[in-house]
Design a binder for this molecule. Structure first.
Ligand code: SF4
Ligand code: SF4
Length: 380
């Protein structure tokens, strides 16, 4: 256990910078759930595993959204979600098992089950299955948004370029319309999409403590890229992009840099493009900034540029509350996080985002009359 954890423990100086960044702490006011407490407990655990009971360690492993906001601001490079993933690896209880099954074996079932889940009455949702069913229902995202932005013209920047498209599991198995919209866009840009049999990015499994399984996925995806001649890879899910950027299975540092440079957020291809906005544009648009997008969010920048004043609400520090394993371990604690997110989006009648996990969570929890969709759905 201590080996899994100690590889992530750096020297916490108790500066408290992570406290303001943690959406779980902000929403619950409980400092024991914050990154500094987790970091401290994990340090104790790494030094002397007997100091924390098995039950307490397993409980701690469940109580983190894995959003990575604390890691972004820590001057010591403390990787709290990495610590928690180590704890999860050491305590694979039913929640992690369920999460792993969900991520690896149920993907083929996502499409039918996401529709079926919406039909199960709330009354029959058990405490344990409720969050899973809600999330499944949210994944299908209903009928989708009607497109309202048409490119006036395409730049020549990508014309003739051969590139790969990393669509991610949600687009591949449930949201085929995102995949089609991305392909249409790349076609308009004149890019040639190479065949590439990518598997899951592995981010969800890594956060849940299944490092070996996640590493195997990384190896496979890097092999696909090498076989294709190391071209650029267009990506349109913020969590997939963050997971791909964090891969650590390269022949050399040079190859790693080349991999990171090859990752191309799809929205970046549209910077500077002009759009015709049709009459069906929603009156008040909101944008949810995914935690995994980090401080520089190309989707947000693209939408600000394209939509201007039509974008009336944009989240900044708020997490959607999706939370991976925590969604199963402590759904009650993810709810205040989700509420704060919706408060920041108040006034929007349509909310856009660019992360499949955030979109599943926001679709499942949207207030009455508020539509949720990927920004790709807005482009016709
Ligand atoms: S920001 Fe980093 S160094 Fe500062 S308290 Fe948090 S974990 Fe410790
Ligand atoms: S990963 Fe997110 S929820 Fe977990 S401790 Fe860090 S900021 Fe808080």
């Amino acid at each position: 256990m201590s080996e899994n954890i100690s590889q992530h423990v750096s020297h916490c100086i108790l500066c408290g910078k992570c406290l303001q960044a943690c959406p779980l702490l902000r929403a619950t006011g409980r400092e024991e759930l914050g990154p500094r407490s987790k970091s401290d407990l994990c340090r104790v655990l790494a030094e002397d595993p007997d100091k924390l009971s098995e039950t307490d360690a397993a409980k701690l492993a469940g109580l983190c959204l894995g959003c990575g906001r604390c890691r972004e601001v820590c001057p010591q490079g403390q990787d709290v979600p990495g610590l928690v993933a180590g704890l999860r690896a050491a305590h694979p209880g039913f929640k992690s098992w369920l999460w792993k099954t969900w991520l690896t074996r149920a993907r083929m079932l996502w499409s039918p089950s996401s529709k079926a889940a919406g039909l199960v009455p709330e009354l029959f949702h058990t405490e344990r299955l409720g969050p899973m069913l809600k999330m499944l229902a949210g994944m299908s995202g209903g009928p989708g948004l009607a497109p309202f932005m048409t490119p006036k013209s395409f730049p020549d920047t990508y014309r003739g370029e051969k590139l790969l498209l990393f669509a991610g599991c949600t687009a591949n198995f449930v949201q085929g319309r995102w995949l089609m919209a991305a392909l249409r866009l790349l076609d308009g840009l004149g890019a040639e999409v190479l065949p590439g049999d990518f598997t899951c990015c592995g981010s969800g499994l890594k956060g849940a403590g299944f490092a070996d399984r996640s590493a195997a996925m990384a190896e496979r995806n890097v092999a696909v890229w090498r076989e294709a001649g190391r071209p650029r890879i267009a990506v349109f899910c913020a969590t997939c992009l963050a997971g791909l950027r964090a891969y650590d299975c390269f022949e050399s540092d040079g190859e790693r840099s080349r991999w990171v440079d090859s990752l191309l957020p799809l929205s970046e291809t549209m910077r500077g493009m002009e759009f015709v906005i049709s009459d069906n544009v929603p009156e008040r648009l909101g944008y949810h900034h995914p935690c995994h997008a980090g401080a520089d969010d190309p989707d947000r920048d693209f939408l600000r540029e394209a939509l201007g004043d039509r974008l009336v609400a944009v989240t900044d520090k708020q997490c959607c509350g999706f939370g991976g394993v925590m969604r199963l371990a402590a759904p009650g604690l993810t709810e205040p996080v989700n509420r704060q997110c919706w408060e920041a989006l108040r006034g929007a009648d349509t909310v856009l985002s660019g992360c499949s996990a955030c979109l599943a969570q926001l679709s499942a929890t949207a207030p009455q009359g508020v539509a949720v969709g990927h920004w790709l759905e807005t482009i016709g």
